[in-house]
Design a protein around this ligand. Sequence first.
Ligand code: ADP
Length: 482
Amino acid sequence: MTSLPIDVPTDLFIAGEWRPATGGGTVAVTDPADGSELARVADARPEDAVAALDAACAAQREWAATAPRERSDLLRAAFEAIMDSAEEMARLMTCEMGKPLAESRAEVTYGAEFLRWFSEEAVRIGGRHGTRPEGGADMVVRPYPVGPCLLITPWNFPLAMATRKLGPALAAGCTTVLKPATLTPLTTLATVRVLEQAGLPRGVVNVVTTTSASAVTKPLMADPRLRKVSFTGSTEVGRILLEQAAPTVLRTSMELGGNAPFLVFDDADLDTTVTAAMQAKFRNIGQACTAANRFLVQRGIADALVERLTAEIDALVVGRGTDEGVTIGPLVDDDAVAKCLELTRDAVDRGATLVRGGEALDGPGHFMQPTLLTDVPADARICAEEVFGPVLPITVFDTEEEAVALANDTEFGLTSYLCTGDMVRARRVVDQLEVGMVGINLGVLSNAAAPFGGVKQSGLGREGGAEGIAEYQSLRYTLTPL
Ligand code: ADP
């Protein structure tokens, strides 16, 4: 077994105690760079999840009644503790998820920031009041914690996806059952250990790791005591959870798939565009719902951009994320590699030109060559489906109108990127894009202070920013005669 950079709990965390799964089952967590086993974590059964919800429900009233400053101090202490152990956290993340160490360090900073941001929001919970328009009565609107929440997170950002939900939920006064992804539970477990050590009261956060996500979450989804589900993952699973939410009219936040267009206009600065494009495509080895999935490039700049991107791709270093100089780590599993190969072959079969890459690398580990495709026709599957890997497809357009039409021609609407030197054009295009987020002349836009989320089938609700806490609150209006 590869040794881990920090001691990580591997049991379930229920009602303030670390305990094995009912029946004692465990599941291996492996290193995607070589397939070796890193640890075994508890494999929860449905009854464990119900016990976790019992604990969350038991703790809800008292947690909601804590002073905002108390909740704020807890989140702030957890933020400090994570930053104090940032290097170990980053190494742990790279072990189980594969991303290059520099990117894991960046995720620790970004992920911890949600704890700091929401520690600051916890003491700024407002409301509003006024006089009834007809007079004679006082109207008060006050937010209350929504209640026990189920938080389901994916494997691609194992720290940030957990803190982006835990931060606002705890700040608002909600208790939680957290189900991290089976592929990368260790960083999340280490984060919850930090919260525990910072003084988290019993039952406020409960964690269940499991290989049976559906069987384990189903009884919670059907339980009227659960008041909210916040999910980050595929649109496919999001739809299932939305169906399960209907019978109890459960509050939902859904951060689902993306198919981000990256638009480049002739008037764009080439250096800026290349930097932005490389970040938007290859950060996290392309495994982000915000990753640029389709590059739409105006004809006049296309040849120069392809030449520059080819050189940048040739300079990428594929390897184990902890190795010095590596910029592209392994993909998370073999299915991820298969998907990249499938979408690349489909594009080539339909007439695209393979400029670089296109092959998987020999194992062990799940490595894919950084790939550049040009002349990708609009009917290629990669224009409609998330490739979730290091494949950069380019399609050329002529007019701004055509670019906007192509950009919006998708069921998704999470992120879009736009490179241009003309800010009037930028504003005009932004207004026409059907997305929740736009990056102008840059390739990374996530920030704890911003509302992250999409439109269309990319989801419902927002995470982060002042808006993030509202997802965990319900409003109560009271009217008092004067
Ligand atoms: P990804 O493709 O990023 O793995 P998924 O949507 O498959 O996205 O998974 C995201 C999270 O949802 C993971 O924690 C996974 O275990 C969980 N999950 C997958 N299927 C279900 C399901 N049917 N019900 C509840 N959670 C699920």
